[in-house]
Design a binder for this molecule. Structure first.
Ligand code: HEC
Ligand code: HEC
Length: 359
């Protein structure tokens, strides 16, 4: 068996003397690393039937589109996709979910703070998290205020600095488009009641399909060659440093955790976001992290290695060297997943009854 040796040099300053202490740690064998990763709470994305079961379980727990069955049908998902891409759900007819969660850009917008209605920035300078894999989050939003995707999707439609369409207007617009009414009937049956909740829930059904399995999942599932030695080394560093105490589960994140645990976040003043009432923040997923800069709730870091070092400093009270940060970043590359294939949907035309855009 081949063991790769990693050398960590720690310098302890004692009085006037500086002692160099060299310790060697050994990279576990691939199979041992898989066990170690699982013991640290890391999980792969469920595949095939297991994914369907996971989605159906989530639907049961959350009440998304409750009262209708079956759920997650092709018709519902296709309709949810149209609504996701439809800017007419905004009062200006210009902003869709895809504006800020661009599926061609790993579900993000590549700006520090989201920009919405009338070019207004998020009032707390909040960055748009990716929608990819959001089905695996325990809670949604940086302060975790939404418990599921259906609940979540109502927020941005109404938010004055996002899509700025009061629920009544959003429903009027959809119902005024004859093809949409037809498609809701096809998706849920003739008796469907097209209300604001069902519109948001239908978008949520589409979002539930946006999952991105990666080489990292293959590795966790036992394909020991799926990660290079350098990536395995990075995964081991990630675990050894203690990152998995918060970045675990299927999403390597998704749960509420303390922020600025041992030191203060360097850019805490920008936007004034303080987390939930207990100061907790939703730990972002690290899946596709190499594609979702800028980082942190107010998008102040563009370099992943800087973000990694900041995490060590403020969350763990440790100094992460350039080499270690690089190693973790090498591992992060393996979290780039297979993107859902998205064909841009053709959206049905407005009718004379459709409310006109307002700015
Ligand atoms: C103007 C930009 C903008 C638009 C438009 C927008 N969002 Fe967001 N989205 C954000 C921001 C910013 C956040 C974080 C806000 C917060 O935490 O308070 C967010 C959060 C989310 C989250 C939570 C993800 C997580 O990890 O916590 C989901 C899911 C989401 N949006 C889906 C949607 C959907 C669906 C739509 C369309 C109905 C939409 N967004 C429209 C900017 C936007
Ligand atoms: C105590 C819990 C905790 C620990 C430990 C922790 N993190 Fe985090 N991490 C968070 C939270 C919470 C956030 C979101 C903070 C914010 O933006 O307000 C975050 C954000 C991040 C981000 C930015 C993600 C994005 O999309 O903006 C990266 C990258 C990251 N962490 C990597 C790491 C690494 C690497 C380690 C180990 C060195 C680590 N974290 C340790 C909780 C933790």
């Amino acid at each position: 068996m081949i063991h790769v040796t990693r050398i960590t040099i720690g310098i302890a300053v004692v009085g006037a003397f500086a002692l160099a202490v060299a310790t060697t740690t050994t990279l576990p064998s691939p199979n041992d690393l898989i066990t170690k990763a699982k013991d640290s709470g890391l999980e792969s994305i469920p595949a095939g039937k297991a994914l369907t079961q996971y989605q159906q379980q989530k639907l049961k727990e959350t009440g998304i589109a409750s009262g209708y069955s079956p759920l997650l049908t092709k018709e519902q998902i296709e309709l949810g996709k149209k609504l996701y891409f439809d800017p007419r759900l905004s009062s200006s007819n210009l902003i869709s979910c895809n504006t800020c969660h661009n599926l061609g850009l790993a579900g993000t917008d590549v700006v520090p703070a989201a920009i919405g209605h009338k070019w207004a920035a998020n009032t707390q300078n909040l960055n748009s998290p990716t929608v990819l894999n959001s089905v695996f989050n325990d809670v949604q939003f940086w302060d975790g205020r939404a418990h599921h995707l259906g609940d979540q999707a109502q927020g941005p439609i109404e938010n004055p600095v996002e899509m700025s369409a009061p629920s009544k207007l959003a429903v009027e617009k959809i119902v005024s488009i004859p093809e949409y009414t037809q498609e809701f009937k096809k998706a849920y049956g003739e008796k469907v009641k097209i209300d604001f909740k069902l519109i948001a829930d239908t978008i949520a059904l589409y979002e539930m399909t946006l999952v991105t399995p990666s080489r990292y999942d293959k590795f966790l599932n036992g394909d020991t060659k799926a990660l290079t030695k350098a990536e395995q080394d990075g995964l081991d560093t990630f675990i050894e440093k203690g990152c998995t105490s918060c970045h675990a589960g299927i999403n390597l994140g998704g749960s509420m955790q303390a922020f600025s645990v041992v030191d203060t976040y360097k850019f805490e003043k920008i936007g004034g976001f303080k987390g939930d009432k207990d100061g907790l923040v939703k730990t972002p997923t690290l899946r596709n992290i190499m594609q979702t800069a800028p980082y942190f709730h107010n998008g102040q870091y563009w370099e992943i290695t800087d973000a990694i070092k900041e995490m060590g400093r403020i969350q763990l009270g440790i100094t992460i060297t350039d080499k270690e940060a690089q190693s973790i970043a090498t591992f992060f590359k393996s979290l780039d997943g297979q993107m859902p294939s998205v064909t841009y949907p053709l959206l049905p035309p407005v009718s004379s009854k459709t409310p006109k855009p307002t700015f």
